[in-house]
Design a protein around this ligand. Structure first.
Ligand code: GLY
Length: 368
């Protein structure tokens, strides 16, 4: 089973191949890109323990050198970045070689950034292993690391040459990690495809339970939507911001909870989407039915939906708004939100009165 989605970016166009058994045939998938039969693989340690031997076997006659990095957000840092770049140089990776990022979003972002600057840019292949990375971060060329001042503040746009999304790999994710990735899947339906959201309402539980055909369809449809938006607006001058539905709330919540285990990124996206629809309804943009459906679906999927689902203390509404003001999406000092006129009808605006935002957050916090 294999589906191919093309990211149409002219000379930098590439394919996202989605299917089962892709790791086992990685050699055949990657070989046409190679000038010599050798790849440098940078892998998440946990992923390497589970899947590196399958990748090695799949590469067949292609020689593989490997660097294992520790799992977790802390890896997206200068020390691990320096280590990666220097290791690639020690391995004598040349301008025409291919670097492979083998892991979730952390590895994809870090390795993509290393590839962007190594010898002023080498090509790289993403083999995303988490649902979040398969449907979002491996596609579109955003790469980078975190700074003490905030997440993803150091980086570059550098498109991969190929993305291999093997959905068999999703079978080894914890339920929590899988559902966090599902937050991004639901986001695509909510931002631009009401039919897909209808489909998720029916098929989401089977998908979470392991239905391969449903997983394939959900990853493919998500990637199609991302590819189409990225092709229209690669560097986020306009429409690409739609992909940030739920993210202004999410980034404030992640900052408030320390970017750790209390709240995973995809969990924050799901809660953020629910809040964005709540805000849209309070602003008279959509009917009450829309936020109710969003929340009901997330609940049905056994996901975090409300601020009360986050354990421990949170700042008050003013504190959360202050954290939002540090978001990358702030423009001319104004917060930018992705709001919706209904399910599948999102748009970007800076026009959100502070008092309405304050009320939404205060009400959500009061339910804790
Ligand atoms: N994850 C949002 C984007 O790629 O633009």
């Amino acid at each position: 089973m294999k589906e191919v989605v093309k990211v149409e970016l002219g000379a930098r166009a590439y394919e996202v191949r989605i299917g089962t058994g892709l790791l086992a045939q990685a050699g055949a998938e990657i070989a046409p890109l190679l000038r010599r039969p050798r790849v440098a693989v940078v892998a998440d340690e946990t992923v390497a323990n589970l899947h590196l031997e399958t990748l090695r076997a799949g590469l067949g006659g292609i020689e593989m050198v490997t660097l294992r990095l520790p799992p977790g957000e802390g890896t997206k840092s200068w020390p691990q970045f320096t280590r990666t770049v220097e290791w690639l140089l020690e391995q004598k990776v040349e301008r025409k070689d291919i670097v492979v990022a083998f892991g979730g979003g952390v590895i994809g972002d870090l390795v993509g950034f290393a590839a962007a600057v190594l010898r002023r840019g080498v090509r790289f292949v993403q083999i995303p292993t988490s649902l979040l990375a398969q449907v979002d971060s491996s596609v579109g060329g955003k790469t980078g690391i975190n700074a003490p001042q905030g997440k993803n503040l150091i980086g570059a746009f550098h498109q991969p040459s190929l993305v291999l999304a093997d959905i068999d790999l999703l079978g080894t994710l914890t339920e929590r990690d899988f559902l966090a990735g599902y937050g991004e899947v639901a986001k695509y339906g909510l931002l631009g495809d009401a039919d897909f959201f209808d489909w998720l309402e029916v098929n989401g539980p089977a998908l979470a339970a392991g239905d391969v055909a449903a997983r394939l369809h959900a990853v493919k449809r998500s990637v199609e939507m991302k590819a189409e938006i990225v092709a229209r607006d690669e560097t986020e001058e306009g429409d690409r911001a739609l992909l940030n539905l739920g993210h202004t709330f999410c980034h404030a919540l992640e900052a408030a909870t320390g970017y750790g285990n209390r709240l995973l990124h995809g969990e924050g996206v799901a809660i953020g989407c629910a809040l964005a629809f709540e805000l849209s309804q309070h602003l008279g943009l959509c009917s009450q039915e829309a936020p109710s459906r969003v929340r009901a679906h997330l609940r049905n999927m056994k996901m975090k939906v409300d601020l009360s689902d986050i354990e421990g203390e949170l700042p008050d509404a003013d504190g959360l708004i202050d954290l939002m003001a540090q978001d990358k999406k702030v423009q001319d000092g104004k917060l930018r939100f992705i709001l919706a006129r209904g399910i599948g009808e999102a748009f970007v605006t800076s026009d959100v009165p502070r008092d309405v935002l304050h009320r939404i957050l205060s009400e959500a916090l009061a339910q804790r």
